[in-house]
Design a protein. Structure first.
Length: 127
């Protein structure tokens, strides 16, 4: 993908056209998220990265996607990249989150729930 090396505010129309973002990728991610989410129980609590090896790796991917999203936000605000790039990275991190839950379920692994202790501001893992 050439969008990261072709700033919209400094590049020729030719280069911008050649590196135009394919917004259909967002719809593809959305439909993949929806397909996996259909088989998952509703999320009622915050969960910690857990659920076995595959799930843990997907949580790491989610973290990397979030970091990339935070790096791209200023570029979107300054109109250096298309809005769709930021949207895609946001949806990509959501995809990895749902995929991690999906893999944990598929591998018959439990997810660790993050809960607040009663009467204190400290946190603990749910039993």
């Amino acid at each position: 993908m050439g969008w990261q090396a072709t700033p919209l505010n400094e590049s020729s129309e030719y280069k911008i056209e050649r590196t135009k973002w394919d917004s259909t990728l967002i719809a593809t991610l959305e439909s993949s998220i929806d397909a996996m989410d259909e088989s998952l129980p509703p999320l009622k609590n915050f969960i910690l990265p857990s659920g076995g090896l595959a799930s843990a790796h997907l949580h790491v991917c989610r973290t990397a996607a979030r970091r990339a999203e935070r790096s791209v936000v200023p570029l979107v605000r300054e109109a250096c990249v298309e809005d769709a790039v930021g949207i895609f990275l946001n949806r990509l991190s959501d995809y990895f989150f749902v995929a991690s839950r999906f893999e944990a379920q598929k591998d018959d692994q439990t997810e660790m729930i993050y809960k607040k202790w009663e009467g204190t501001t400290e946190r603990k893992l749910a039993d």
